[in-house]
Design a protein around this ligand. Sequence first.
Ligand code: ATM
Length: 220
Amino acid sequence: MPTQTTASKRNKTPKSKGIFITFEGGEGVGKSSLIQEVAKRLTQEKIAHIATGEPGGTPRGQELRRWLQASKWPSVAEFLLYSADRSLHVEEVIRPALAQGKWVLCDRFVDSSRVYQGQAGGLNRLFIEIVSTQCTGGIEPDLTFLLDCDLDVSMGRLVGREVLSHYDQAKRAFHEKVRSGFLALAALNSDRIVVLDSTAPIAELVTQVWDTIKERVNGK
Ligand code: ATM
């Protein structure tokens, strides 16, 4: 079963001034386009923010991203590389931005490890939670948008990309596990994770994101 992040657990997160919003989902679901559009909206609203993502949110993280994509890693080593990337990202980018009162829009975070390495990859869940807590120092997203999409659509989008990673080439069964893993995680964390139909027009998705932000993080 996916790990549940309860509201009470999140309340123990050290208080930060900014708002931390993550975007999750399988590959080819359109996370980066949505993040760009939400960032534009924040700029219009004169809200200080950054858009970042994992793996590769720091210069050394970019190196780790190259390693991760260059070959297939044993599952524990792979998870530890994602974790090293996350630890650098939190310390060098996310925590400082939140402390300055900026909103952080982040393409993937711990939920990706929970699903790709845990649900789909079979890595021990407790191990993932313990290492991830050390890497994040307890920082957790205030809100997460899960872009969900039928596999035929998302895998069709991937075909248009120039370089296919080893993940892209993996069997459809793996992508099915990823999709169902994310949906299960969302069902267990409905106070934090909002599921969006990624086939909806982008303008509609931005409106949904904006309405949810106003409703859920209002008054933080
Ligand atoms: P993007 O294509 O969203 O940049 O993600 C790169 C890959 O990293 C993605 N591959 N696929 N499919 C998911 C994978 N990933 C993990 O497996 N675990 C993690 O913790 C993170 C952050 C990413």
